[in-house]
Ligand binder design. Structure first.
Ligand code: NAD
Length: 230
């Protein structure tokens, strides 16, 4: 049987790489699109997902090479942390383009293949869609928009295509030294790992979650449930 095919954006490192590795281990054929590709278990395509022509070419390449698409993981994203007085319009727009507009471009280009496969979409937002630190306006706005785009898409594309969102909290993607306090402040007792997000993504893309669409899954070790008064 032809294996199911998944496209993971921003899958060259971090959370996206963990999702690509998990899906590969589960028997999926995985295509990773990244503007800075790295070798891995997937077919790697160099693409900037904020670029309309690049996204069209990416999906055309999947149709020609893999011949089907069962899952789309919109994971590529980045943050600019700067006081709003210093944030240029070009910087604001670049964050919105990669973190939000890319999902519109990807879903629009992938809809036909996903419908044919009865597929699923997972978007990767952030707990910053709900809460903030100072100087993160463009990132917070992009992730709040992505959360709303996810539920809008679930209505427009269902029942053929399910669309869900994962909002990670603090996920250690770089193996930086972490203190005991970093871990202990989490109700779950530790900082998150990319594999924690990959496990939920794998479930959302599989048949066991077939009654789940338009939902947000907060994977943050409980941090957004914790009241803090100093
Ligand atoms: N790490 C966390 O704590 C955390 C928390 C909440 C949400 N997130 C979200 O999870 C996603 C992955 O984060 P991460 O920490 O693994 O990031 P990362 O920086 O480790 O990896 C992101 C990958 O996306 C790629 N990328 C960035 N812009 C791109 C573009 N325009 N086109 C194609 N590829 C692009 C990068 O080259 C990189 O390989 C992001 O959307 C991020 O906002 C991360």
């Amino acid at each position: 049987m032809t294996p199911r095919v998944a496209l993971v954006t921003g899958g060259a490192r971090g959370i996206g790489a963990a999702i690509a590795a998990r899906l590969s281990a589960d028997g999926w054929r995985v295509v990773v699109a990244d503007r800075d590709p790295a070798p891995g278990p997937a077919r790697a395509v160099a693409a900037d997902v904020a670029d309309e022509a690049a996204v069209s070419a990416l999906l055309q390449g999947i149709e020609e090479t893999e011949g089907r698409l069962d899952a789309l993981v919109c994971n590529a994203g980045f943050m600019i942390r700067k006081p709003i007085a210093e944030l240029s319009l070009a910087e604001w727009s670049s964050v919105l383009a990669t973190n939000l507009t890319s999902t519109f471009l990807l879903v629009r280009a992938a809809e036909r293949l996903l419908r044919a496969a009865g597929g699923a979409v997972v978007t990767i937002a952030s707990t910053r869609a709900h809460m903030s630190e100072p100087h993160t306006e463009s990132y917070a706005a992009s992730k709040g928009g992505l959360l709303a785009l996810t539920h809008a898409l679930s209505l427009s594309l269902g029942p053929a295509i399910r669309v869900n969102c994962i909002s990670p909290g603090w996920i250690d993607t770089r193996g930086e030294p972490l203190t005991p306090q970093d871990h202990a402040q989490h109700p779950a007792g530790r900082v998150g790992r990319p594999e924690d997000v990959a496990a939920v993504a794998a479930w959302l893309l599989g048949a066991e979650s077939r009654f789940v669409t338009g939902a947000e899954f907060i994977i943050d070790g409980g941090m957004t449930r914790k009241m803090i008064y100093i």
